[in-house]
Design a protein around this ligand. Structure first.
Ligand SMILES: Cc1cc2nc3c(=O)[nH]c(=O)nc-3n(C[C@H](O)[C@H](O)[C@H](O)COP(=O)(O)O)c2cc1C
Length: 338
């Protein structure tokens, strides 16, 4: 998820256990090829951050091919092509979900990338552009025929943005359309039960979790424990705070003092989830140094429980797109208790 599932967050999640394949934010192929600093930051990784696939986007075939080859030369394990992003600025350049609009072009593009590299190439897509142009099952089959290693399918159309319930039937049809490649179901999985339900109803081989990882970073460990027949355990308040501190600490390894600005976007979210007292949440939005962050965490620890967790206030912004008001979707906190 662009802006959220950065290296520090992935590493912090992996330490909790249960996370398998992770994918980076979408990375602009042209900017990657040109060596832009922001793109290079997005693809930064670490020995612990494995397996990792880099997601690239562009409307220009040659840029995607070059980016895939560049990534392969640098030893990345896989390349994921974004065919799901609904943002106007991405679709306007012919990238993201716009690629779903021409099955022949999309198949040719995927074939070119697959034949240009040896690493697995995967595609992340939506069900189609809108409900009158559902194409995921047909495209998945064609992508399989040209050598794609797996498909991740978000069970919404582009015009839905992030609204409405995820369409499990659409995911099931995509699963049924391929012969043998894994299909990874995606959308609205927030709990172990949701993940099991998605697998049961659609027959998908795996589940991709986006916002649910922010809402409950322990969801991967819980899924692993559940699969092993073990009891599922919620984290204690101390463990939750340790996660917040670890997330920031890992960020400083990559961004040093700049982490103080980068971490601010998480203040409201952690504040709501952990029931951080208002004044401390405000300080998390403004802190200037790593030492100050440590002081804030100590105070949160001392005053834990002063403010109740606000269940529906945890807001994860969703990207801009065609549907007005997407971008403040309330999500419900489960598994986080103050
Ligand atoms: C803030 C935000 C950023 C996202 N960025 C990306 C992205 O860079 N690449 C991508 O394939 N999907 C992206 N998505 C879509 C998610 O990967 C996922 O398909 C969608 O949110 C539905 O799954 P979820 O309910 O598990 O979050 C993003 C979603 C959100 C909310």
């Amino acid at each position: 998820m662009a802006g959220y599932t950065h290296l520090a967050f992935r590493r912090a999640l992996r330490e909790l256990g249960g996370l398998g394949l992770a994918t980076t934010d979408l990375v602009h192929a042209t900017q990657l090829n040109a060596g832009h600093r922001h793109s290079l930051e997005l693809i930064e990784t670490h020995a612990d951050d494995d397996p990792l696939s880099i997601q690239i986007f562009s409307g220009r075939d040659q840029e995607l091919v070059l980016a895939a080859q560049w990534l392969e030369r640098r030893g990345y394990a896989g390349v994921d092509i974004n065919m799901g992003c609904p943002m106007a600025k991405v679709n306007g350049q012919g990238g993201g979900a716009r690629l779903l609009c021409d099955a022949d072009d999309a198949t040719r593009l995927v074939e070119r990338i697959v034949s240009a590299v040896h690493v697995p190439v995967t595609v992340k897509m939506r069900l189609g552009w809108d409900r009158d142009s559902i194409c995921a099952p047909r495209l998945a089959r064609r992508f399989e025929n040209v050598g794609v290693a797996a498909i991740t399918i978000h069970g919404r159309t582009r015009s839905q943005g992030f609204q409405g319930a995820v369409n499990l039937e659409g995911i099931a049809e995509t699963v049924a359309a391929v012969k043998q490649i894994p299909v990874i179901g995606n959308g609205d999985v927030r709990t172990v039960e949701h993940a099991l339900h998605m697998r049961r109803v659609t027959g998908c081989d795996a589940v991709a979790i986006g916002r649910g990882a922010l809402l409950d970073p322990w969801i991967f460990r819980k899924l692993k424990d559940n699969a092993a027949g073990e009891d599922i355990r919620d984290p204690s308040p101390d463990e939750q705070l340790d996660f917040l501190a670890r997330h920031f600490r890992l960020m400083t390894e990559q961004h040093a003092e700049r982490s103080c600005q980068l971490f601010r976007k998480f203040a409201a979210w952690y504040g709501a989830q952990l029931g951080v007292p208002d004044d401390l949440e405000q300080r998390m939005r403004l802190f200037q140094s790593i030492a100050e962050f440590d002081e804030i965490v100590s105070e949160i620890r001392e005053r834990h429980g002063e403010r109740r967790t606000s269940v529906a206030t945890a807001l994860i912004k969703v990207p801009n797109g065609p549907v007005e008001r997407w971008w403040r979707v309330p999500v419900f906190a489960r598994g986080w208790k103050a």
